[in-house]
Design a protein around this ligand. Structure first.
Ligand code: DX5
Ligand code: ZN
Length: 228
């Protein structure tokens, strides 16, 4: 089994001191910085654009993991890559030409990943799976931080793990990660890992941790029994 990676989500950070908060996440052993882009269309909320990604790029050497919760993501992919994104994740629900969008991300020089909403069946990614670096399984409905983990998504994580294992690895030899996002804390992290997830996005449990960002990351790691 691969090592578990933790992706602090800056949506829950204190934006009046974003640079400091990212430095705390990096020093505390975060593996990637998760940035939630929302357009007020695909999801009800509005958040950040390439301008913030570019600012974050200047304060950390960690990979930037950009989660696009936007319609027509193909129109914005190049801007996010130019801003410094290392991975771009697009929702399968918004892309009739998903394969082309994935290709576009790769040609831009970033890793390419797909994400499924809680109501989207694992089979929706069967044909795109061999083309992606990571599959994100939403464990809340996208749009807001601090929501309750949806337990019913757990079997889907296992199903996707099985789909990855069944790929013909003589043809597709890349390793495909499984990321989870939403309501990940010390209680839910062991569950998602037991079902096959290996990249944990965490906003509230990291940036709002009572004892600070580093303690939040350490607690998650301890919960899944993974030393850094
Ligand atoms: C939700 C976002 C998440 C969010 C998770 O739409 O995609 O990345 O920041 O926040 P928590 O960890 O607080 O559930
Ligand atoms: Zn996210």
């Amino acid at each position: 089994m691969n090592a578990i990676r933790i992706a602090p989500s800056i949506l829950a950070a204190d934006f009046t001191r974003l640079g400091e908060q990212i430095a705390e996440a990096e020093a505390g052993g975060g593996d990637l910085i998760h940035i939630d882009i929302m357009d007020g269309r695909f999801v009800p909320n509005l958040t950040m654009g390439p301008f913030i990604v570019e600012a974050v790029r200047r304060v950390t050497s960690l990979p930037l993991d950009v989660h696009l919760m936007i319609i027509e993501p193909e129109r914005h992919v190049a801007n996010f890559i130019n801003a410094g994104a290392n991975n771009i994740t697009v929702h399968v629900e918004v892309s009739p030409n998903l394969n082309r969008t994935i290709q576009q991300i790769r040609e831009g020089g970033a890793n390419a990943s797909v994400v499924l909403n809680p109501h989207t069946h694992a089979s929706a990614i069967q044909e795109i799976l061999p083309f992606v670096d990571m599959v994100l399984v939403m464990t809340v409905n996208p749009g807001y931080g601090g929501q309750k983990f949806i337990r019913q998504t757990l079997p889907k994580i296992r199903e996707i793990r099985t789909m990855i294992e069944r790929l013909d690895h003589t043809v597709y030899n890349q390793t495909i990660a499984i990321q989870v996002d939403g309501g990940i804390d010390t209680q839910t992290a062991p569950l998602v890992v037991a079902h096959g997830a290996n990249v944990l996005v965490a906003g509230t449990s990291v940036f709002r941790a009572a004892e600070g960002v580093a303690a939040g990351i350490a607690a998650l790691r301890e919960a899944v029994g993974a030393a850094h």
